[in-house]
Design a protein around this ligand. Sequence first.
Ligand code: BEZ
Ligand code: FE
Length: 283
Amino acid sequence: MPEQELTDKVVASFDTAKDERFRELMQALVRHAHAFVRETGLTDEEWGAAIEFLTAAGHITTDTRQEFVLLSDVLGISMLTVAVNEPGLGESTQSTVLGPFFVQDSPRIELGGDIAGGATGEPSWVTGRVTDTHGNPVAGARVEVWEADDDGMYDVQYDDGALAGRAHLFTDGEGGCRFWGLTPTPYPIPDDGPVGRLLHHAGRSPMRAPHLHFKVTAPGFRPLVTHIFVAGDPWLDSDSVFGVKESLIRPFDRHRAGTPTPDGRPLEGPWTSTTFDIVLGKE
Ligand code: BEZ
Ligand code: FE
């Protein structure tokens, strides 16, 4: 069977699918995958190696270790999916990758509370307002925040089951949001599995530019998944998952030990502060 006839036949085999979107996705997948094989002249050995790679990704994946998300991230597919789903050049805050470390039920804190919960790092005072695209406050928005500790580890990467470095809180009547987090530090994405080997083979670094994750939801608004990145950090230009967007970079102002804190929290060492206003687009 000539090659093109084979592709046409496989594409047509999905004509019977009742779900239109499923049919569209599967037929496009077949066309593009076949084009890849044709373009590269993929050998049996190479395809075998790819299947071994995917098998290893499956074996290392657990409830708390998602190798397929990492693969999607380092191939830029996660960010491309974000890009094609972002409404045009609106005034709403830009999105970036969710990553594999979001946890549905984080502890609730009050406004001004501390998300650390035992995670180590330099305290950082984060304030901002959540508004709609006309500048009106979004009261009662749910703000989820999570980040790595100063060893570059998320709570779920430890085996103790404790939640730390993450919390959720709700904006006040003016859309105001404030909490203590940790000054983000650079960290490697988990690189002890097949995705790490892939990066190594490519001469790529697993490091992520330091960031603090946000997921913001409010009735009637598009959910926002984003980060803030630390201005001036050397990793901003080579984030391993291509997540950095200029509009999400914020200065983290440094304060010497002994500088009074905005809420009177007693702190022995230095701390930082930053602001991040979030604009939600309508659903
Ligand atoms: C993260 O930022 O938590 C993350 C994103 C992509 C891959 C690994 C980690
Ligand atoms: Fe992260």
